[in-house]
Design a protein around this ligand. Structure first.
Ligand code: ZN
Length: 363
C-alpha cells in the first residue's frame, strides 16, 4: 500500500501510511455525523496523538542512530509508528536505551506541560487541579482544554508503551533487555514472547468485552508481533554458524535485461522458477510472478525485465544464512545475487533458504 513522504530528519525519511489518511477521513466523517458538536475538539485530539506518536518514534530513531544503527525510515501507521532499520539491536544496553527513550520523551512532555501550566498560569481544567477526576470531568477536560488533552495523550502513550511488558511494544523490549543481561538475547526473547502471547490474549478479551476497538487491535498486534519476533530468533538459532553456501543456486537464475516480460514468463515455466535476477546498469534487480502479473498480456510484450526490475542488495559467500533469510523475509526479496571477488557466482532463492532452514531445525 502507498505511503506519503512527510520529510527527512537526520537522514531518516518520515512517511505516512495511506491507511492513516483513510482513518483520519473515516473518523472525520463519523464524528461529523454522530458527534458534530465535538467534531473539531475530537479531531484536534487525534492530530495531537498523531504528532506525539511521530515524535515518540523519532526519539527512538535518533537514539538508535546515536548507538550506531542505521534507520532508513519511520512509517506512521494508525496503531503507532514503526522504525524501519537495517538491523535490530540485540545488545541489552542498546535495546534498553532505544526502547526506553520513546516513552521517556512522552513523560518529559507531560512534565513540561505541568511546569508550563504552573509557571505561566495557562488554562487548565480546574476539576483536574482539584483532584476531582471522574469519567465525565475527564471527557469535558479533554474536549475543552487542548493543553490538558496534549498532556493526557502523551501520558497514555508513554505509560501504555512502557508498562505493558509485551513484544513488540517498548515495555516488552525493555523487559527483554533486562532478562537478556542475565540469560542472553535468545532465551530472553522466548520468555518475553510467551508472556506477550498470554498478555495479548488477555488484552484482546478485555478489548472485546469492553467494546474497546483500539485495545483489541493493539492486542492482536501484540499476539502476532511477539510470535514473529520469536520466530526470527528460532530461525537464527537453527541457522547459527551456517552460511548460505549450501543454499546457492548455480544456474538458470538470470534473465537478459532486454527480455520482454512475456519472455520472462515463458522462461519461468521452462525453468520452473517464480523469480529471476536481472543485470542492471548498476548492480542487480529482480522480476517475479507478482510484478509480471500486474501487466496485461499486451503490455507484457512491450515492457522489458530491466524496466520493471526492483533493485536488490548483493550478498557474499560468507554471509550468515540467518541474516540473509531475515533480510529476505523482512524486505520481501524472492532472490538475491551472490557475489564473490566481484563475480556473480550464483543466487539464493527465498524458497531454498526456507527449505534449508526447515532441514536444519531437525535435531
Ligand atoms: Zn515506542
Amino acid at each position: 500500500m502507498k505511503s506519503f513522504p512527510l520529510g527527512k530528519i537526520k537522514g531518516i525519511q518520515i512517511e505516512l501510511h495511506s491507511t492513516f489518511v483513510w482513518l483520519l477521513v473515516l473518523v472525520f466523517i463519523f464524528l461529523a455525523i454522530f458527534a458534530s458538536d465535538i467534531l473539531l475538539q475530537s479531531f484536534l485530539i487525534l492530530i495531537m496523538l498523531f504528532f506525539s506518536v511521530a515524535l515518540h518514534e523519532l526519539v527512538h530513531s535518533l537514539v538508535s542512530v546515536s548507538r550506531g544503527f542505521k534507520v532508513q525510515k519511520i512509517m506512521l501507521l494508525p496503531i503507532g509508528g514503526v522504525s524501519i532499520m537495517d538491523e535490530l539491536p540485540t545488545k541489552p544496553k542498546d535495546e534498553f536505551l532505544i526502547s526506553v527513550s520513546g516513552p521517556l520523551f512522552n513523560f518529559a512532555v507531560v512534565l513540561a506541560v505541568i511546569l508550563a501550566v504552573k509557571y505561566f498560569s495557562l488554562p487548565f481544567p480546574p476539576e483536574i487541579l482539584n483532584g476531582n477526576i471522574s469519567l465525565e470531568t475527564l471527557d469535558a477536560a479533554l474536549l475543552n482544554y487542548p493543553l490538558f488533552a496534549f498532556l493526557w495523550v502523551n501520558l497514555i502513550l508513554g505509560a501504555f508503551n512502557l508498562f505493558v511488558p509485551a513484544l513488540p511494544l517498548d515495555g516488552g523490549r525493555v523487559l527483554r533487555s533486562i532478562i537478556a543481561t542475565f540469560l542472553g538475547f535468545n532465551k530472553a526473547t522466548h520468555i518475553v514472547a510467551a508472556i506477550s502471547f498470554y498478555l495479548g490474549i488477555l488484552l484482546l478479551l478485555i478489548g472485546f468485552f469492553s467494546g474497546n476497538v483500539v485495545l483489541a487491535i493493539i492486542a492482536l498486534f501484540v499476539v502476532l508481533g511477539s510470535r514473529q519476533e520469536n520466530e526470527i530468533v528460532v530461525m537464527k538459532e537453527s541457522l547459527a554458524g551456517k552460511n548460505i553456501e549450501l543454499a546457492i543456486e548455480k544456474f538458470g537464475f538470470l534473465i537478459r535485461a532486454e527480455s520482454s516480460l512475456e519472455d520472462a514468463l515463458v522462461e519461468m515455466n521452462l525453468r520452473n522458477k517464480t523469480a529471476f535476477l536481472v543485470k542492471l546498469d548498476k548492480g542487480f534487480g529482480y522480476v517475479d510472478v507478482g510484478k509480471i502479473s500486474m501487466f496485461k498480456k499486451s503490455q507484457r510484450f512491450l515492457k522489458t525485465a530491466a524496466e520493471v526490475a526492483e533493485k536488490v542488495p548483493e550478498i557474499s559467500l560468507n554471509d550468515p544464512a540467518a541474516e540473509v533469510l531475515s533480510k529476505m523475509l523482512s524486505k520481501g526479496y524472492p532472490v538475491l545475487p551472490v557475489i564473490d571477488h566481484d563475480f556473480l557466482i550464483g543466487a539464493v532463492y527465498l524458497e531454498n533458504l526456507q527449505k534449508f532452514y526447515e532441514l536444519s531445525r531437525i535435531k
